[in-house]
Design a protein around this ligand. Structure first.
Ligand code: GUN
Length: 167
């Protein structure tokens, strides 16, 4: 399968963080805001899932969501995922299916962590699924501004520079 065939077959659209996506599941059940508490400004579905496809000529820019986010690897080249936690500690993980080579096929990014990703091989791509609970809402999605994230984490200015597009 070519990249173009997958994008067309799965009906993927550009994502604001970079890459392509399509929501594939949104549970009908609703969690009321009173149960969710202050981290959410309204009700949310129980959970949602998307396909997410990242290409090597692009990157997923630093962003954060309120929920823990599961990444499930399907096909393609390994993905390097960078995280900065609320204490400013940087970590990274390789998501892929070559388990004996230190890659992990399933990974959870904790809610509130800034994270960014790139494909580790040239001329290639990776297809994953990302699921969250409570369900995704762009109101809970924060795309980093380079100047603000650099100010918050000056020790990671190089990483922030590499993985942000918005000044
Ligand atoms: N739906 C739209 N964008 C996203 C995203 O970045 N993550 C998840 N889990 N769902 C989404």
């Amino acid at each position: 399968m070519t990249l173009e065939e997958i994008i067309e077959h799965l009906k993927l659209e550009p994502h604001p963080e970079g890459g392509y996506f399509r929501e594939t599941y949104r549970s009908e059940g609703i969690i009321p805001q009173t149960v969710l508490g202050k981290s959410f400004d309204g009700e949310r579905n129980y959970s949602t899932a998307i396909y997410f496809l990242l290409t090597s000529d692009n990157f997923s820019a630093f962003h954060k969501v309120a929920q823990d986010e599961f990444w499930h690897f399907h096909i393609g080249a390994p993905i390097e995922l960078h995280m900065i936690n609320p204490k400013g500690e940087h970590s990274h993980i390789i998501i892929g299916n070559n388990m004996l080579n230190g890659e992990t096929p399933q990974f959870v990014v904790p809610g509130g962590y800034w994270f960014a990703a790139q494909i580790m091989e040239q001329n290639s791509f990776a297809l994953v699924s990302c699921t969250v609970s409570p369900g995704f809402d762009f109101a809970d999605f924060d795309l980093a501004k380079r100047s603000e994230l650099t100010k918050q984490f000056p020790q990671h200015s190089q990483l922030v520079e590499q993985f942000t597009r918005v000044e």
